[in-house]
Write a protein that binds this ligand. Structure first.
Ligand code: B12
Length: 213
């Protein structure tokens, strides 16, 4: 079994000792942090499926997220930035009604490590707060995170509110989290979507690069 598979398995089994041990081994071998996050995410997806099948309960979801946060802390110091990458400002938050923030926090750490200034509005963020954030920080990109399918509505309302405030043409909007897709992008009127940090960063790099030309 590869180390990534071991890490995924340890998360699914909520085996803290093994999860930290494998993470340390991967860090020693200089495995890229995004690969470690991907292995964790696979484990979390499986935990979610077990929750759906009622084999796991909310307590297991909480344990898995605590474990993931611990792994994040181990990996974070290894996130090295590419010096010289064009930096921009990103405003990000988990939309109204949704409190999932593990994925959002990974995105923040990776973007910051790559020279971006990231303004984090937190979780359960009302549309008006995104508007205030755009006025205050003038970001090139707004990132809306959500994991609940119930959050499609709030994502749309957020994009609509930005539009109604006359600020839509000043920012690109990217959706992220497990619950997004092309359909959700079309429905909400966002510009792009990503369900992993590497894909999201690529899109943001392109936008910010273009804006700075
Ligand atoms: C951990 C977890 C929780 C934790 C969250 C802790 C926290 N601080 O975030 C707790 C226990 C609190 C929780 C609560 C609930 N949860 Co929950 N949870 C999960 C679980 C198992 C893992 C999520 C996770 O952290 N994944 C790991 C991260 C790294 O992945 P990620 O979030 O997708 O992030 C990556 C990308 O999406 C992307 N990304 C994320 N954000 C952004 C933003 C931008 C801008 C970009 C570019 C990219 C990007 O980059 C990240 C890194 O690659 C998922 C299962 C799943 N399949 O996702 C269920 C899941 C999301 N939860 C679910 C549910 C139902 C709930 C509850 C309603 C349960 C309940 N009965 O109370 C509540 C909802 C509370 C609320 N109002 O939000 C369902 C949602 C189903 C649905 N159809 O909507 C899921 C899918 C489980 C399931 N299969 O049933 N949950």
């Amino acid at each position: 079994m590869s180390e990534a598979e071991r890490l995924t398995k340890a998360i699914v089994e909520l085996d803290e000792t093994e999860a930290y041990r494998v993470t340390e081994e991967m860090l020693e071998k200089k495995v890229e942090p995004v690969k470690i996050f991907a292995a964790c995410r696979q484990g979390m997806t499986r935990v979610g499926e077990l929750f759906e099948r009622k084999e796991y309960y909310l307590s297991e979801l909480i344990m898995a997220s605590t474990l993931f946060k611990g792994i994040m802390e181990l990996v974070k110091p290894r996130l090295k930035g590419d010096a010289g990458v064009t930096a921009g400002t990103i405003l990000i938050g988990t939309v109204k009604g949704d409190i999932h923030d593990i994925g959002k926090n990974i995105v923040i750490s990776v973007l910051e490590a790559n020279g971006y200034q990231v303004i984090d509005l937190g979780v359960d963020v009302a549309p008006a707060r995104f508007v205030e954030g755009i006025k205050e920080h003038a970001p090139q990109v707004v990132g809306l995170s959500a994991l609940l399918t119930d959050a499609y509505g709030p994502m749309k309302v957020t994009v609509d509110t930005i539009e109604e405030s006359g600020l839509r043409d000043r920012v690109k909007v990217i959706l992220g989290g497990g619950a997004v897709s092309d359909k959700v992008k079309e429905y909400t009127g966002a510009d792009a979507w990503a369900t992993d940090v590497a894909a999201g960063q690529k899109i943001i790099d392109n936008w910010v690069g273009e804006a700075n030309v």
